[in-house]
Design a protein around this ligand. Structure first.
Ligand code: ASP
Length: 437
C-alpha cells in the first residue's frame, strides 16, 4: 500500500482506537525518554508540552460559549415542558447519591488497605521539606479555611457577568444561563423566537468546533500523557505505591462496579454498551485531567449515544462542576491517609466520628472544586486544618497527584454521563441501542 493509503487508513480508523494507540505510545515514550532527552537539538519534553498545551487551549477556548449556550438552550427547552422541577430534583438527588457511594467506597478502601500505616511513614513525612512545586501549591492554599466553602457558593451569583466569563467561573455562568434560559422561554412573539433560534445556532456551531478539535485528540492525548510520564517518572511511586493503589482500586470499583450497576438496575441500560459509546469522553478526561475542558466531548458523545439534548444540556454542564465522585473519593482517601501517617508520629488514629466528618467535608467541598487539573488539592488543603492535620503534608501526595487526577477526572465525567443516561431513561427516552434485551 502506498504511504498516502496507509495515512488515509489511519485517519479513517475510529477515533477511540487512535486515542488508545496514542496512550500506548505515550507510555512507551514515558519509559524511554527523560526530561533532558533531545531530538535534533529540541527537547522532547518541550515539544510534548507545546502540543499538549495547544490541545487543551483549543478545548478551553470553547468552554465559556459552549456552557452558556448549552445551559440556555437546555433550560429553555425544559422550562417549556414543565419538566424542569422534576428533572432538576432527580438530577441533584443522583449527584448526591453517587457522590456518597463514591466517598464511602474510598473510606472503606483506605481503612482496609491502610496505606499510611507503613514502614516508610517517616520517610514520607521527612519528604515534606518544601520543594518548589509544593511551594506553589502551598501558596495557593495558604490562608484558606473551611469558610471558603460558603464563599464558593456565594460566587455562584456573580456581581459582574463579564468578569465571571473572563475568569471562567463556571458555577456563576451556569447560574446566569439558567436564569436567562428560563426567562427566554417565557418571551412571547418574534423576539423570543429569534433569541431561541440564535442560541440553538450558537450551540450547534460549538459542537461542530468540538468535533473538529477532537480530530486532533490522538496527538493531544499522546503529548499530554507522555509529558506527565516523563515528568513524574515511575520511580516516584515506590514509597507511595500502596496509597496509589488504594485510590486506584477504589476509583476502579466505582467506575467498573457501582456506576454500571446503577445504569443496569436503575436505568435498564447495558452499562458497557454505553461506556463503549462514551469512551472518547472518558479518554479525553483521562488525558486532560479536566472535566471542564472535556465538557464539549462529554456533551457530544452523550448525544451520539442517543440521549436527548434536553437532558444532556442540563445534566452535563452542571455535573462537570458540581458532581465530582472521583474527586470526593480522592479527597477522602488523601485526608485519611495523612491522618494515618500522622498517627505514626502522634500515636492516635482518627475515630469513626472524625472519619465521618471527613466524608461530609469531602462531599461538600467536591461541589466547589473547579473542573481543572489539581483542583482537589485546594479542597484537601481546606479539610486538613479543619480536622486538625498539618496542611503542609499535602506535599506528600504531590508526586502522584497528576496520574491520579487523570483517573479521578475520568470517574467524574463518567458519573455525569451515567446520571444523564439515568435521567433520560426515567424520562422515557428510547435509547434503543442501549436497552437491556
Ligand atoms: N481534575 C479534576 C476534574 O477536572 C478535579 C480534581 O479532582 O482535581 O474533574
Amino acid at each position: 500500500m502506498s504511504e498516502a493509503g496507509t495515512f488515509r487508513k489511519i485517519i479513517d480508523s475510529p477515533l477511540w482506537l487512535q486515542i488508545l494507540v496514542a496512550l500506548g505510545l505515550a507510555a512507551i515514550v514515558g519509559l524511554v525518554v527523560d526530561v533532558d532527552t533531545t531530538i535534533l537539538g529540541a527537547s522532547v519534553y518541550g515539544i510534548l508540552n507545546y502540543f499538549g498545551t495547544l490541545f487543551v487551549n483549543a478545548l478551553k477556548m470553547i468552554v465559556v460559549p459552549l456552557v452558556v449556550a448549552t445551559i440556555i438552550v437546555g433550560v429553555a427547552n425544559m422550562a417549556k415542558q414543565e419538566a424542569f422541577g422534576r428533572v432538576g430534583g432527580k438530577t441533584v438527588g443522583l449527584y448526591i447519591a453517587t457522590g456518597l457511594i463514591s466517598v464511602v467506597t474510598g473510606l472503606i478502601f483506605v481503612n482496609l488497605v491502610s496505606p499510611g500505616h507503613t514502614e516508610s511513614a517517616q520517610l514520607l513525612v521527612d519528604s515534606v521539606s518544601v520543594s518548589s512545586a509544593q511551594a506553589t501549591v502551598l501558596e495557593k492554599v495558604e490562608g484558606r479555611s473551611s469558610m471558603d466553602i460558603f464563599e464558593i457558593l456565594l460566587r455562584a451569583v456573580p456581581a459582574n457577568i463579564l468578569q465571571a466569563a473572563l475568569e471562567v467561573q463556571l458555577l456563576a455562568l451556569i447560574f446566569v444561563g439558567v436564569v436567562f434560559g428560563f426567562f427566554m422561554s417565557r418571551l412571547q412573539g418574534s423576539a423570543g423566537d429569534t433569541l431561541r433560534v440564535f442560541w440553538d445556532g450558537v450551540h450547534d456551531v460549538m459542537i461542530m468546533i468540538t468535533m473538529w478539535i477532537m480530530r486532533f485528540a490522538p496527538i493531544g492525548v499522546f503529548a499530554l500523557v507522555g509529558k506527565v510520564l516523563i515528568q513524574s517518572g515511575w520511580e516516584a511511586f515506590q514509597p507511595l505505591v500502596w496509597f496509589f493503589l488504594t485510590v486506584f482500586l477504589a476509583l476502579a470499583v466505582h467506575f467498573f462496579v457501582w456506576l454500571p450497576l446503577l445504569l443496569k438496575y436503575a436505568g435498564g441500560i447495558r452499562p458497557y454498551a454505553y461506556y463503549g459509546k462514551v469512551l472518547r469522553a472518558q479518554l479525553t478526561a483521562f488525558s486532560t485531567a479536566s472535566s471542564s475542558a472535556t465538557l464539549p466531548v462529554t456533551l457530544d458523545s452523550a448525544e451520539k449515544a442517543g440521549i436527548s439534548r434536553k437532558v444532556t444540556s442540563f445534566v452535563l454542564p452542571l455535573g462537570a462542576t458540581v458532581n465530582m465522585d472521583g474527586t470526593a473519593l480522592y479527597e477522602c482517601v488523601v485526608v485519611i491517609f495523612i491522618a494515618q501517617l500522622y498517627a505514626y508520629t502522634a500515636g492516635v488514629d482518627f475515630t469513626i466520628g472524625q472519619q465521618l466528618i471527613v466524608v461530609f467535608l469531602a462531599l461538600v467541598t467536591s461541589i466547589g472544586v473547579a473542573g481543572v487539573p489539581a483542583a482537589s488539592l485546594v479542597a484537601i488543603a481546606l479539610i486538613l486544618p479543619a480536622v486538625g492535620l498539618p496542611v503542609e503534608w499535602i506535599g506528600i501526595v504531590l508526586v502522584v497527584d497528576r496520574l491520579l487526577d487523570m483517573c479521578r477526572t475520568s470517574v467524574n465525567v463518567t458519573s455525569d454521563l451515567t446520571i444523564s443516561a439515568l435521567i433520560a431513561s426515567s424520562e422515557k427516552e428510547e435509547l434503543e441501542d442501549l436497552r437491556a434485551a
